[in-house]
Design a protein around this ligand. Structure first.
Ligand code: PMP
Length: 453
């Protein structure tokens, strides 16, 4: 049935409330279960690992979500990263509306694509002096970059990290983090062994492991693809020297170094992890923030590599909606605001206030919590000791996390429903939102202490 949309009420002045699925969300979820697998259009939205049903979202503004049950929530998912300026930023919405009035898609060249590519090449270190191609998702960016690396080197093997997630292309569904980790699916059914035969995995933050694999497969490895700041095993900072070590090994062995900055790009710094850590890969993959909430991805890098992409070269990659004018309007406007306003010191302060605030409360209650944060992304792992890789992350107390998640939601805070995801803050997370979050954390951690002490 067609739903006529009532005007959205102003919910930003309303106090955050109990966000657990109410009658309307449950009704919608039951209807969804009948026609959508698991009721969700991406498995990370399912509440399988934390229990309960997902609240349905009607609208989003600033740091807040409005559920279909009429409840306001402080949001730390931020549409899994893109909402860095806060939801429905007026300038971004305005640019999208103006672009939409001129047509939703041309499938032909447009001026905004050029302006966008020029800006990307200025801001992203790997794109300085290079070339960039727009696609419509992070998945497309990584699979295209890998095809290119294989075409460029004439080699087949690729190396990825255990718990690293690079989208759902067949060859990358090996030891994948994020939703695959959460659901305990080791790889995926439907992926032929021949497709992943050339995918080699190493623990994150372990240079010796990479060196060993490169020795064993000398001359056969096309690329190392890595999240320079993984977010898909939860947030894990690279050890000092790790990224530079990868850079040196790749240069020595003629391997294409690919930073998957779909999550870290424009988040841990304007120029992403590459800028933050001073290491430049050969190719970079972008997504999420680059589209400002619309479906945009990008891959690019060194000119001598990118020249192999069709129509310049013989590595084929295409897309009907690539460079779509409405999506580009959202991405371009978002990046222009990031350049203009330099919100990174403010984002750092907001994320530190929230992450450290939660960690301090956990410490007071004697709850072990590894507080990992890089810039505007963080994860508190419910475990003793540090988290440097996926094995460490897996030793977290998942029951404690589930309890924490449920209680945070009941107290008006929306977190990703998995221990193996990062939380994202936006520039719109003001003191009121932070205060509310920390008050909710007081209650949620007290519940964890009661049941898991
Ligand atoms: N790479 C990374 C690092 C990601 O976090 C994601 C998505 N979470 C992807 C690739 C895939 O992007 P998309 O979901 O847009 O296909």
């Amino acid at each position: 049935a067609m739903t006529t949309r009532e005007p959205t009420p102003d919910f930003t002045a309303q106090l955050p409330g109990d966000g657990r699925a109410g009658a309307r969300s449950r009704e919608l979820f039951n209807a969804a279960l009948a026609v959508i697998p698991g009721g969700v259009n991406s498995p990370v939205r399912a509440f399988k690992s934390v229990g309960g049903d997902p609240p349905f979202i009607r609208a989003a503004r600033g740091p807040y979500l409005l559920t279909e049950d009429g409840v306001t929530l402080v949001d730390y998912v931020g549409t899994w990263g893109p909402a860095i300026l806060g939801h429905a930023h007026p300038e971004v919405i305005d640019a999208v509306c103006r672009a939409a009035k001129d047509g939703l898609s041309f499938g032909a060249c447009s001026a905004a694509e050029v302006e966008f590519a020029e800006l990307l090449c200025t801001v992203v270190p790997a794109l300085h002096g290079g070339l960039v191609r727009l696609v419509s998702s992070g998945t497309e960016a990584t699979m295209s970059a890998l095809r290119l690396a294989r075409g460029f080197t004439g080699r087949s093997k690729i190396i990825k990290a255990d718990g690293g997630y690079h989208g759902h292309a067949d060859m990358l569904l090996v030891a994948a983090g994020s939703g695959a980790a959460t659901l305990g699916i080791p790889g995926s059914e439907g992926v032929p062994p021949s497709t992943v035969r050339d995918t080699l995995t190493v623990p994150f933050n372990d240079l010796a492991a990479v060196e060993k694999v490169l020795d064993e497969y000398r001359g056969a490895v096309a690329a190392i693809i890595i999240e320079p700041v993984p977010g898909n095993m939860g947030c894990v900072p690279p050890r000092p020297g790790y990224l530079q070590g990868l850079r040196d090994l790749c240069t020595r062995e003629g391997v294409v170094l690919i930073f998957d900055e779909v999550m870290s790009g424009f988040r841990v710094a304007l120029g992403g992890a590459s800028q933050r850590y001073g290491v430049t890969p050969d190719l970079v993959c972008l997504g999420k923030i680059v589209g400002g909430g619309m479906p945009v991805g990008a891959y690019g890098g060194k000119r001598e590599i990118m020249q192999h992409v069709a129509p310049l070269g013989h590595v084929y990659q295409a897309g009907t909606l690539s460079g779509n004018p409405v999506a580009v309007a959202a991405g371009l406007t978002t990046l222009q605001i990031l350049v203009r306003d330099d919100p990174y010191p403010a984002l750092e302060a907001i994320a530190a206030a929230v992450a450290n605030g939660i960690a301090a409360r956990a410490a007071q209650l004697g709850i072990p919590l590894a507080n990992n944060r890089v810039g505007a992304m963080f994860t508190g792992f419910f475990r003793e000791g540090d988290v440097h890789d996926y094995d460490d992350a897996k030793q977290s107390d998942l029951a404690a996390f589930a309890e924490f998640h449920r209680e945070m939601l009941a107290h008006g805070v929306y977190l990703a429903p998995s221990q193996f995801e990062a939380s994202f803050v936006s520039l719109a997370h003001d003191q009121a939102a932070i205060d509310h979050t920390l008050a909710a954390a007081d209650a949620a951690l007290a519940a964890v202490a009661r049941r898991h002490a």
